[in-house]
Design a protein around this ligand. Structure first.
Ligand SMILES: [Zn+2]
Length: 258
């Protein structure tokens, strides 16, 4: 049964997605599980397999008895996909709930609505909905090779597809052209939608595209990129782990060209 999002419930107990920093509190048994307990004032997320799911933010030391905090990134692939996806919602929505306790317009206290996912200022009526930051992620091809780069900031050991946040007033397609131009110094054509993936760690929605090299030589932006190159499908560098959309783009390229 799929996950059904909902703002309110009559349930008082359920699965608890307890967030401590960037960690999710899990119970280690034969398989990884989530604590179950009273909802109290936790945010209702919705129902997974008919079971109510709640999210709560705790300080270090406030983990439910019998559970331990594990970095949510490490649970990518370790928890069932549908549970991990709800954990991503929990991370994003608890951050939203915490960060909008006060009105950004007048500074007064806000309240959670019981009808929709919004916090409203009692004083001026300003509303704060959960907000996503869309980002594009692009696999560019040239003569059977794909453009991969190692990020200069994250110091991740792998090469990945280029990505960047969409700016205000920009279309996704504009963003693809701008990001590739800024980061790699090249022009692209045939920009095609590939798929998307929520990325709760940065509150973003990754929108994947493929594109074809259309001009210019590779000149990586040293602020953003430590190393970049065109890679043949049988000579790839270390690439991101499975399940990420970056890896899905690369796997798709290998299927098509390998
Ligand atoms: Zn206000």
């Amino acid at each position: 049964m799929p996950f059904t999002p909902a703002v309110t419930t009559t349930a008082t107990h359920g699965r608890l997605f307890v967030i401590a920093g960037a960690n999710l509190c899990v119970v280690r048994a034969e398989t990884l599980a989530l604590p179950v307990g009273a909802a109290d004032d936790a945010l209702h997320l919705g129902d997974l397999d008919g079971e109510p799911c709640f999210a709560r933010l705790v300080e270090a030391g406030g983990e439910p008895a019998g559970s331990e905090p594990v970095p949510l990134r490490q649970l990518f692939g370790a928890l069932p996909d549908e549970v991990f996806a709800v954990a991503g919602r929990a991370l994003g929505l608890t951050a939203w709930d915490r960060d909008h306790r006060y009105c950004g317009r007048c500074g007064g206290p806000t309240e959670r609505s019981t009808r929709e996912r919004v916090r409203t200022c009692a004083g001026c009526g300003h509303t704060a909905y959960p907000r996503l930051s869309p980002a594009v992620i692009v696999l560019v091809e040239r003569d059977g090779r794909c453009l991969l780069a190692r990020n200069a900031r994250t110091r991740m050991p792998f090469f990945s597809t280029l990505a960047g946040f969409v700016e205000v007033g920009e279309t996704l397609e504009d963003c693809v052209h701008r990001e590739i131009r800024e980061e790699a110094g090249i022009e692209v054509a045939d920009v095609r939608y590939f798929g998307s993936q929520p990325w709760p760690f940065t509150g973003s929605l990754m929108v994947g595209f493929t594109a074809r090299w259309a001009g210019g030589e590779l000149v990586p932006d040293p602020e953003e990129i430590a190393d970049a190159g065109w890679f043949a499908p049988d000579a790839l560098p270390v690439v991101p782990p499975p399940l990420s959309i970056a890896r899905a783009l690369i796997d798709d390229f290998v299927r098509r060209r390998g």
